[in-house]
Write a protein that binds this ligand. Structure first.
Ligand code: SF4
Ligand code: SF4
Length: 159
């Protein structure tokens, strides 16, 4: 969305900056808070398919749909994927709706994204996020993880 004020046209930062050029605050604001990257996933070696489960990382707060220790997440959860402009191309498992992935693919933010809609709770009200839909990983045995599959995305071997 372009904002026109008098003779000045202000183009939102995500439309005029490359991911690599964004400030830390701009970068963080791109996260729509869907929480999908905090779900446990299964990757099938034969097909490359990635399956999302409704089982969430133990640091994920289902009510707020946020990490409870975001600043220390790398130390607390070694498997946590910290998304950067440098590694995003390797994070093929990110959901298609993820703002970082969309921008990297040359797409715009979705209309419901908080930066566009100016409504941080819209993504939850629309049911796009995983708020209140997940089970903490400590309550699920790893061998039962397949029972919790809720979505599939193409993996590294497929489009
Ligand atoms: S999938 Fe992307 S937009 Fe959603 S919470 Fe994770 S980083 Fe943020
Ligand atoms: S450590 Fe935090 S950001 Fe990382 S996967 Fe777990 S809940 Fe998500």
């Amino acid at each position: 969305m372009e904002q026109i004020s008098g003779d000045t046209i202000t183009i939102p930062f995500w439309k005029r900056k490359a991911l690599e050029d964004m400030s830390p605050d701009e970068w963080e604001s791109l996260c729509d808070g869907c929480g999908k990257c905090c779900l446990l996933k299964i990757e099938y070696e034969d097909t490359g398919e990635i399956c999302y489960t409704n089982v969430a990382c133990k640091l994920f707060d289902s009510a707020t749909c946020r990490c409870v220790d975001y600043e220390e997440r790398e130390e607390k959860i070694p498997d946590c994927a910290v998304i950067t402009a440098q590694n995003i191309d390797e994070l093929f498992w990110l959901p298609p709706s993820c703002a970082y992935r969309r921008l990297r693919e040359g797409k715009d933010l979705e209309w419901w994204h908080p930066l566009v809609s100016k409504d941080e709770s819209l993504i939850h009200r629309m049911g796009i996020s995983v708020q209140d839909k997940v089970i903490p990983e400590q309550y699920v045995k790893r061998r039962h993880l397949e029972r919790h599959i809720i979505d599939r995305v193409p993996g590294r071997n497929k489009g």
